[in-house]
Write a protein that binds this ligand. Structure first.
Ligand code: CA
Length: 226
């Protein structure tokens, strides 16, 4: 899952970024509204964390302009402004959640995960395909009695495949959700990750398999599906 953190105070941005990376997110950072727009154009995130006090444009204005253009990306506003009017204005302007600084990184991470959860997953945090279950929060892959805690990137790749199981997931979409812009993965990084996941699934006796759709992407399918 990829986040775009828009925060102009550099040391706070770095502190927050590294805390969120430790929580398993890929994080791009923009320190002003113009950079945020540029990143949104090339690498759309799953959630935007938006500081309202930005040097070049009010964050609330950025929020409204994104919504006017039809962007549906969940936006979590983080700001020093704690007045009731600011909250109402932020939420009315299209924010999905609102936190007042200082914010504990663990809470920020939890709120991001909550925004990414689909309604049915509020009840079941575990994702399932065939006899494979995956808990994205704990990065725990389970098949029968076999259990494995995946490395962050393996977990992120598996999560995007499981969430769209039965459908082909574009290679670029997986890379975009797993890597931050500055990560610059090598050309074979994704193949290597997929191959580790395949081995784990096979050795656990999973009845779901990751298929390569040459030149396009990957497909995780329950062996019983047609
Ligand atoms: Ca600020």
């Amino acid at each position: 899952m990829k986040l775009l953190l828009v925060e102009d105070v550099l040391d706070l941005a770095e502190l927050t970024r590294s805390a969120l990376v430790r929580e398993g997110f890929a994080v791009d950072v923009a320190t002003n509204a113009a950079d945020a727009m540029a990143i949104l154009g090339v690498a759309p995130p799953d959630v935007i964390i938006l500081d309202l006090g930005l040097p070049d444009l009010d964050g609330a204005e950025l929020l409204r302009s994104l919504r006017r253009r039809g962007s549906a990306i969940p936006i979590l506003v983080v700001t020093a402004r704690g007045g009731l009017n600011d909250k109402v204005e932020g939420l009315d302007g299209g924010a999905d959640d609102y936190l007042v600084k200082p914010v504990a990184p663990a809470e920020l991470a939890a709120r991001c995960r909550a925004l990414l959860r689909r309604p049915q997953e509020v009840i079941a945090v575990q994702l399932q395909v065939g006899n494979v279950t995956f808990d994205p929060r704990l990065r725990k892959l389970k098949v029968g009695d076999n259990e494995l805690t995946l490395a962050r990137r393996e977990a992120a790749v598996l999560e995007s495949l499981v969430r769209q199981s039965g459908r082909v997931v574009l290679r670029s979409a997986i890379e975009n959700s797993v890597y931050a812009l500055e990560d610059s993965p090598g050309p074979n990084a994704l193949e290597a990750t997929i191959s580790r996941l395949r081995k784990a699934l096979q050795s656990f006796g999973a009845n779901a398999e990751i298929h390569t759709i040459r030149g396009i992407g990957y497909l995780l399918r329950d062996g019983l599906q047609p």
